[in-house]
Write a protein of this length. Structure first.
Length: 149
């Protein structure tokens, strides 16, 4: 089912994609990589991609904004933001039940995920902590209008 979905998607985009033995497929989109992983036990696909490395300072406001975005998925498009202790990078991850996906739904879910990932990558790249902090942690990221994603 997953491999058939990836084969259909490959044909649609005119690019050969491979599912490895672990049930993962890496997809290059512009200058980023999105991995699609089959989680067989949960009968779900997981999209995940690297947001980036945290800045050396101002982490409290940034982490609070990310936690706020994770709360009820209000700024993550249904996904979650996590931290990889090995690399120090932030990631966006989103699980979607496999039985809800035909090719069109898969493409729509992938596009939604990529759009949110790009927004977070830009927000992190542009993040500059303010002297003395801001009234709200998400003010430093300009997330006030973004949280509805």
């Amino acid at each position: 089912e997953f491999r058939e979905l990836i084969e259909s998607f490959s044909k649609k985009i005119g690019e050969t994609l491979h599912v490895d033995d672990g049930g993962a497929c890496a997809l290059a989109i512009d200058d980023m990589e999105v991995t699609i992983q089959l989680v067989d036990e949960a009968r779900s696909l997981v999209f995940f991609g690297r947001i980036g490395a945290p800045p050396p300072q101002g982490l409290e406001a940034l982490l609070m904004a990310m936690l706020d975005a994770n709360h009820l998925f209000k700024g993550t498009g249904g996904g979650t933001i996590s931290h990889d202790a090995e690399t120090g990078d932030f990631y966006l991850c989103r699980a979607v039940p496999l039985d809800q996906l035909d090719l069109d739904a898969f493409v729509a879910q992938l596009e939604k995920f990529v759009n949110v990932l790009v927004l977070w990558q830009r927000l992190l790249a542009d993040y500059r902590p303010q002297e003395g902090g801001a009234d709200r942690p998400d003010d430093n990221l300009g997330l006030s209008g973004f949280m509805a994603v």
